[in-house]
Structure formats: C-alpha cells, structure tokens
Design a protein around this ligand. Structure first.
Ligand code: KG4
Ligand code: ZN
Length: 385
C-alpha cells in the first residue's frame, strides 16, 4: 500500500496564524490561536495588526503543530503553504516561514489556493479517539460536485469535476455573505467576527417566527413576523431573480442599516426581542438567495455531491437548509467536520496538498533556494483549472 503523505501545512491568509500536520487526509494537529480579540474593537481585520501577530506567533504555532502531532520536521514529506487569496502582508509571513523550513530541511514546497482548502475541508478526517470512525464519512469522492464557499471574503458556487479541476459558476459581485454578517452585526453592537453572534441570536427562538417570501414587481423580499409581538420586518433578497448564479450583499447591508437607523431613532437601546427579530430576518435574507441559486445549479449540472466550506459553513441554519436541499435532490452533502475546519485553518491546506499529490496534480517545488522565488503571494488568486 502506498505510504500516506505526511505534510506540514501553514496558512496566514487573514487573521488566523495556523499550522497543521496532516497524514493522508487525517488531521494529526490543527493549531490556530485566534487573533479575534486583537481585531474585535475595529469591527474587522486590520492587515498591519494581523501581520505583526503572525510574525510573533508563527514559530511557536509551527512548533506546536509538530509537537501535537508527535512528528519531527525530518519526518515530514512536504510543506504546503497558502499563497492566496488573502491579505498580501499576512500571506507573506506564512510563505517566508514555509520557504525557510523547506530550505533548512530540504523538503518540497507545495503552493495551495486558500479557497481550494475550504473546498476540500469536508474531506478532512479527524484523528480523535473521541470521534467514532463510523461517524466520519468515507473518503471516496464522487464527482462532479458543486462547491459552496461562504466566507468573510467569498461567496461562490464552484463546479468541481475532480481535484484541481474547478470552474466558478457564480460569485458575489460586491460584499461576501460573511462580511454582511459582520457588518450588520456590528450595527447591532456585536464585536468581530459578528457572524456567530448573529447566528446565536437568530437561533434563540426561530420557531416563534412566520417567515414568508413576497414577489414584488422587480424584486423579491423576505418577511419575518414575530408571532408573539406581531412585529413584521422585511428585507430584500438581492439578485434572487437574476438569471445567473451570482450574488450581491451590499443592498442587504444598506437595507439593514436603514432598519436599525429607524429603530435607533429614539436613541433608545434595542430590546433583546428586537435584536432577535433583526437577526432572524437577516439570516433568511442572507441564505435564501444561496439556496435558490444552488438549486438552479443542481438542476443544470446534476452533481453527485455538494461540498460546503468557509467560515459561514458553521452556521447551523445554513446547514439545515442545505441538508433539506440535498435530501430533496438526493445528492450527498459534505460538511466540514468541526468549526475549526470551517473557519480559516491550515489543516484544510494540508488536505488539499495531499489530495493533489494523490491525484497527480501537485505543483511541488523542490526546496532549492534558486527555484523558491516561483512561489510568491497571490492576494487575488482565483480557483481555476
Ligand atoms: O473562512 P473564514 O474563517 O475567513 C475567510 O476566509 O473569510 O470566514 C470568516 C467569516 C466571518 O465573516 C464570520 O463572521 C463568519 O465567517 N462566520 C459565521 C459563523 N461563523 C463564522 N457567519 C454566520 N454564522 C456563523 N455561525
Ligand atoms: Zn477563508
């Protein structure tokens, strides 16, 4: 049997300094000390702060990933590193560290697209005794698939014909879904990232709401009615009726701002009930276009599976909607196995590298200092064949 590749992976694309050791598809360690507390008061990621924090932490994070996996650098077969998309000055820190290790230990270096990592994150197997191996999905991958990537910077539907064979079918034309969660949550006074807090409020008593959809002459809106108080809130379903598979979240953000301005008019703080009302309707407005467009893509491309990835994929309401959609269309749904695999992390980068190696699609560069310049940061890198 072919030996499983042992890869050290590094991701510093945004605000998480992460390193991981992955054997085949099994995650032996996935270290990601959060920088959230550093960026929270600014309501978003500050690139210069992220870069400094990466520089301070990278050596310790890599050491910890090796230690936790009980692996020595000498035993590693390859080093995988995120080259983009992401913040240029943040990506640079991880790439420099990966190059330093590749030269020192004479290991091949594999450049990986961060979005490919999110796309294959659901294939990661967790190496925990607490996890019953029967509950983990089998690793046989049935293509073609539709990838749904929802993160702080991306909202994409991707046709996946195989590992390394990707076509973006639709994407956001302005803000990303996660960004809308963060910005609208900020209007409610939540820190960064606001997505999980919005989700927590929305979840609190969703069953107390009657959610309907209305077709207006030019557009579609979602209406949420609080059954206890009778209060009704309406938000637009942006680009719901466009014939393509693209998204837009800037209109939703503006409409949400108007709603909150109206509520804050009397200079009084919002009640918890009002905050829940807003979070419930916001989530519906954010997710309904995604489900609608994904269903259209399923009809056209008849995929065997859906691959979910990106920070927003930890949202339980989105997961439930996708489960219903997959069941209705009788296709497999693959979800990242934990929140640590949904959000930015290096394990997904190691999994992407090892899947590439397995499928003969690896762009590994041997660690000779003259050739390493070919691996450089690519802040606007897109998924493609
Ligand atoms: O993939 P990710 O960690 O970073 C990027 O590559 O952008 O995604 C982060 C995004 C943030 O916008 C965060 O608010 C959002 O994912 N997020 C959520 C939830 N958990 C994280 N959004 C909605 N519901 C959640 N439970
Ligand atoms: Zn990401």
């Amino acid at each position: 049997m072919k030996k499983e590749t042992l890869t050290l992976a590094i991701d510093t694309s945004c605000d998480e300094t992460s390193a991981s050791v992955v054997k085949g598809l099994t995650v032996l360690s996935n270290v990601l000390p959060s920088q959230n507390e550093l960026h929270s008061k600014y309501g978003g990621v500050v690139p210069s702060i992220a870069k400094l924090a990466h520089q301070e932490r990278i050596d310790a994070v890599v050491d910890m990933a090796l230690q936790k996996a009980k692996v020595k650098m000498e035993d590693v077969d390859a080093i995988a590193v995120t080259i983009g998309p992401g913040l240029a000055i943040a990506l640079e820190v991880g790439i420099n560290k990966a190059k330093e290790l590749a030269i020192k230990y004479e290991k091949p270096l594999i450049p990986i697209n961060h979005m490919e990592g999110h796309l294959v994150s659901s294939f990661a197997l967790q190496n925990s005794k607490k996890i019953n191996s029967k509950t983990q999905k089998n690793t046989k991958i049935h293509f073609s698939s539709l990838g749904l990537l929802v993160s702080g910077k991306h909202t994409e539907i991707v046709l996946v014909n195989g590992i390394g064979d990707y076509e973006i079918l639709g994407e956001t034309l302005d803000d990303a879904c996660g960004e809308a969660f963060d910005k609208c949550g900020r209007l409610l006074g939540f820190g960064y990232p606001a997505g999980p807090i919005v989700a927590k409020f929305a979840k609190e008593n969703r069953k107390n709401y009657k959610i309907t959809q209305k077709n207006l002459s030019q557009s579609t809106v979602v209406v949420s009615k609080n059954k206890n108080t009778g209060s009704e809130i309406e938000l637009p379903l942006s680009m719901y009726n466009s014939k393509d598979l693209n998204f837009s979240y800037s209109g939703l953000k503006t409409a949400f701002r108007h709603l909150t301005e109206e509520l804050f008019k009397n200079n009084e703080a919002l009640t918890k009930e009002q905050i829940i009302d807003l979070c419930v309707v916001f989530e519906e407005a954010a997710f309904r276009p995604i489900i609608h467009k994904l269903e259209a893509a399923i009809k056209t491309h008849k995929p065997k599976s859906i691959l979910l990835g990106g920070g927003v994929s930890s949202n339980l309401n989105l997961r439930k909607k996708l489960r219903n959609l997959a069941q209705k269309n009788q296709i497999e749904l693959r979800l990242p196995g934990s929140n640590k695999l949904s959000t930015d992390n290096a394990a997904m980068i190691g999994v992407a590298a090892n899947l590439r190696a397995l499928n003969g699609k690896s762009d590994a560069i041997l660690a000779v200092s003259e050739s390493l310049h070919k691996i450089d940061r690519m802040p606007n890198l897109r998924l493609s064949n």
